[in-house]
Design a protein around this ligand. Structure first.
Ligand code: ATP
Ligand code: MG
Length: 608
């Protein structure tokens, strides 16, 4: 924060620790200048007090996250959620969650629930306290339909809107294009009285769907096509998930959105760059309604930022829906999906997504973020808190042929390793993991070579290695089946070399390998996920995104995990030593049948 900008006391100290960006600068400027502190509240019939926003603290900033409940949220929405709720949190303001439900055909209550869950899970809240009053800022655009209708009648009466009955084709042709100005509709000169009567007929169901639209009357020759008399109301006989069959006309998004922002006393209306050309209409509409006394001044201001583009990912709701519908994935929450429910099931944490949003920042120019940035944030979050554990993903049995003789027949020797080698500062180390070693253990197939390649340090006849947390062993050979596939690896245990005992260092080895005891290891289904697309830009110009699907994005193996992992609760995250970060699947994991998903490898394994 610049030292020359002073901010009101309500500015939370967090803001000072965050890297600045153009939106933070705008907010700090507005807070210092008191841009919104002069707002007059109450009085007019359209005031937000009638819609539940109360008498807000004028010094507060208000942002909003306005999803349309027509699908599941994805990682791009997560950026927008972290941005809007994060700014409100950091500057002592409020962020509204608002369902932009102006398009009844595509919307559904299922999506409303999933969006609420996603925002909460990401760690944000739409409640606030002011003057001892608790407020909940959860809204839906359809609550404002009455006001929007009144606003439309006002525009008609003031000569700013007209009912157009050209066909859709005529309207399109008369709109012109970038090089050609538009042509006035023959209906543009109707009187306010005529327009009002016709608009009421639209509302009363006297005209069929598509027969007429209400248009703002601005300028058919404007260089900005969005200002060429945009449609603001259309006839659509559709049952709305909230208002039922009360309306057969619905406001267009571009008309509804600024009104929603104004009624809720939003100060900073933050949206993605594609709405930049809509800003003149946003401002035009709010000015007309302020002039008419329907809204208060100053109006909210729209600010645009660059949307998130992530490599190897599609974020179009339509394409995501197609992946689900056509069975390319198991559902919206398939761990390969970039949806918030998918990322959650994959094992991503709210903190890792918040860190990601912060790290990629906000700018005004479009860019691509490499998928490895997201994985890096997950590793950073889990590194110091995910408990370690050993798992064998491609098991072959190792038999310690002298075990019974030197350790005693059937003997199981208890072993321990730290659950967290480097606990976060100030936190006590958790209890160590307990497991045991006996005559037989599972090891990775790749940890044995009959004929070792150059530089190979693991098991081959005559070589000694340590079983991590257990004993030093010396490889003696293997057995094979008729096809020549190795069925068992054989070794002898070197007594008195157990990790953590005085004899541990008596024999030097060049490698320690991971293992799981046959006696106490638990069989587990392990789902090894890879990127869903093999092309970095499956969404780019004209490509068939389905042809870019990675045929090897899921590989399921049956492995073995140490006892501490088998006790996991669904959603518990671990670092499987040497293999990466894994999560107990929230849908399928049970104590009797452990199921783990690979979240990501230990290092950045993505080819660059
Ligand atoms: P559509 O409008 O096509 O249904 P949408 O992704 O824009 O899809 P909305 O529900 O309108 O969906 O989005 C809610 C909010 O999330 C909007 O403010 C939008 O700007 C923001 N948003 C959507 N996609 C991204 C993205 N990739 N990066 C950042 N913000 C995004
Ligand atoms: Mg949208």
């Amino acid at each position: 924060m610049s030292s020359t900008v002073s901010t009101p006391d309500s500015t939370a100290p967090e803001a000072a620790h965050k890297p600045s960006n153009f939106l933070r600068q705008i907010i700090e400027h507005d807070l210092a200048a008191g841009t919104y502190a002069q707002r007059r509240w109450g009085g007019s019939p359209g005031d937000a007090a009638h819609h539940g926003a109360g008498q807000p603290d004028p010094a507060k900033i208000r942002t909003r996250f306005p999803p349309e409940p027509n699908g599941y949220l994805h990682v791009g929405h997560a950026k927008s959620i972290c941005l809007n709720f994060g700014l409100a949190r950091d500057y002592g303001g409020v962020c509204h969650l608002r369902f932009d439900d102006t398009n009844p055909e595509k919307e559904d209550q299922e999506y409303v629930h999933s969006i609420i869950d996603a925002v909460r899970w990401l760690g944000f809240d739409w409640a606030s306290s002011f003057n001892g009053q608790h407020e909940t800022h959860l809204y839906q655009a359809s609550d404002y339909f009455d006001f929007m209708y009144r606003a439309a009648e006002h525009l008609i009466e003031a000569g700013h809107a007209y009912v157009d009955e050209q066909s859709a084709d005529e309207m399109r042709a008369n709109r012109g294009d970038f090089s050609k100005p538009g042509v006035d509709s023959p209906f543009r000169t109707r009187t306010p009285a005529e327009n009002l009567a016709r608009f009421r007929q639209m509302r009363d169901g006297e005209l069929p769907d598509g027969a007429a639209v209400l248009r703002a009357k601005i300028d058919m020759a404007s260089p900005n096509i969005n200002m060429r008399d945009p449609a603001i109301y259309r006839i659509r006989r559709a049952t709305h998930h909230h208002t039922g069959d009360k309306w057969c006309i619905y406001p267009m998004y571009t008309f509804a959105h600024p009104i929603e922002d104004a009624l809720e006393q939003i100060t900073h209306s933050i949206c993605t760059l594609e709405f930049e050309d809509q800003r003149p209409f946003y401002d035009w509409l709010l000015q007309r309604l302020i002039e008419g006394g329907l809204l208060n001044s100053p109006p909210p201001h729209q600010h645009e930022f660059a949307r998130l583009n992530l490599t190897y990912v599609v974020t179009s709701k339509r394409k995501l829906a197609q992946l689900v519908r056509d069975g390319h994935v198991s559902g919206w929450d398939d761990p390969r999906m970039p949806t918030i429910v998918g990322l959650r099931r994959r094992g991503y944490t709210p903190a890792s997504l918040q860190l990601f949003a912060e790290r990629i920042g906000v700018t005004k120019s479009d860019s691509w973020i490499d998928y490895s940035t997201l994985e890096g944030c997950l590793r950073e979050d889990l590194e110091h808190q995910a408990h370690r554990g050993m798992a064998v993903l491609d098991p072959v049995k190792l038999v310690l042929t002298n075990w019974d003789e030197v350790m005693g027949a059937g003997h199981l020797e208890p072993c321990t390793l730290p659950a967290l080698p480097h606990p976060p500062e100030g936190q006590p180390a958790p209890a160590p993991r307990q497991f045991s070693i006996g005559k037989e253990v599972w090891i990775e197939r790749e940890d044995f070579a009959e004929v070792p390649p150059k530089g190979y340090k693991r098991l081959f006849p005559g070589n000694k290695v340590r079983l991590k947390g257990g004993y030093v062993i010396e490889c003696t050979g293997c057995t094979k089946d008729a096809e020549g596939r190795i069925t068992e690896v054989h070794a002898t245990v070197v007594p008195d070399t157990k990790s953590g005992t005085p004899g541990a260092d008596s024999v030097k080895v060049k490698a320690a390998i991971t293992w799981v005891g046959v006696a106490d290891g638990v069989a587990a289904e392990i789902r090894l996920y890879d990127r869903l697309f093999s092309d970095a830009n499956p969404d780019a110009g004209g490509k068939d995104f389905l042809a870019c699907l990675n045929p090897n994005s899921l590989h399921v193996v049956t492995g073995y995990v140490e006892p501490s992992l088998a006790k996991a609760q669904p959603d518990d995250k671990f670092q499987f030593e040497r293999h990466g970060y894994f999560v107990a699947d929230r849908a399928d994991h049970t104590a009797g049948r452990p199921v783990f998903n690979r979240i990501t490898g230990l290092k950045d394994s993505w080819g660059h």
